[in-house]
Design a protein around this ligand. Sequence first.
Ligand code: F1P
Length: 318
Amino acid sequence: EILSQPGEFKKVLSYLNQLPISSFPCFLIDSDVVYFVGCGSSYYLGISACKYFSRVTGIETKAIPSGELLLSDIRVMTSTKLKYSAVMISRSGNTTETVLAAEKLNKIGIKTFGITLDGKSDLQKVCSLCLTLPLEEKSVVMTKSFSCMLLSLFFISDKISGKEPKYNQLVNNSNEFVKESCQLEENQTLLEANHYVFLGSGIYEGIARESALKLQEMSLSMAEAFSSLEYRHGPKALVTNDIVIVLYSSGQSEKEEMNLLDEMRELGASIICRSPIAEDGRDAFIQIIFAQLLGLFIAKRKGLNPDQPRNLSKTVIL
Ligand code: F1P
């Protein structure tokens, strides 16, 4: 499923290209604040998607876990005069907190746009508008569903803000990216570290968080993620020469990022710096493949089944 992504991107793009404008959530553009809501990987893709949405529309966004919306933000939303809308993200469309959050938003008159892989799911029933991607995923662990939903949310952000979505070239180049990332399998130091840290900011913060989750789920590794420059403020106390730090470079403040990496290298860390392959973070849906493969290769080395992690199920029903 990881290796099938370049082909799946093409299918998703041609599906999105033939949809009528009524399938797109134009109502998001009329909001003061747009929430991006999901659990686990779906929340992390919300972090990346909301940053891109803000960048192209200029509208304020907030990404939160569905449980956080239920336990906290829903109170703020009922007590202010701001006009809200929400993007509800769920591969299964049946995750309890996400469905409950969509129901609660409905009740207080906030419009919701759902994105899922299951057209018969509860999310499809409760959202004001819902998009079902023509995609199936067998693994418990989200890989191609993550990248394809992220690509779709980038496309939708462009479309509803009147910008021409341009992803064909990136998608055509994604094969090369996958091939290059497969070389990770030969890197013994990288695959046998005790501790992995992923750093990213803006759109790439979501990618860093999802990367750490991939390693935790697939390979039961000790993995963490931080907003890049935050790493200096405490977590660096844990740096030893048995740590691998992966930075998804923003391509913006390279000086600060490079200083950070130099400092960590001096403390003994092995450093990997991933540079953007497109402007404005539009390559984020491809960059995640690096960590999916890393998780897969570590899992193989440890003799683990990366598709069926310990204690995990495909849908979390509370
Ligand atoms: C989200 C999720 C996954 C996680 C696990 C349980 O589900 O938390 O991110 O890897 O499989 O479910 P969904 O709401 O996107 O279906």
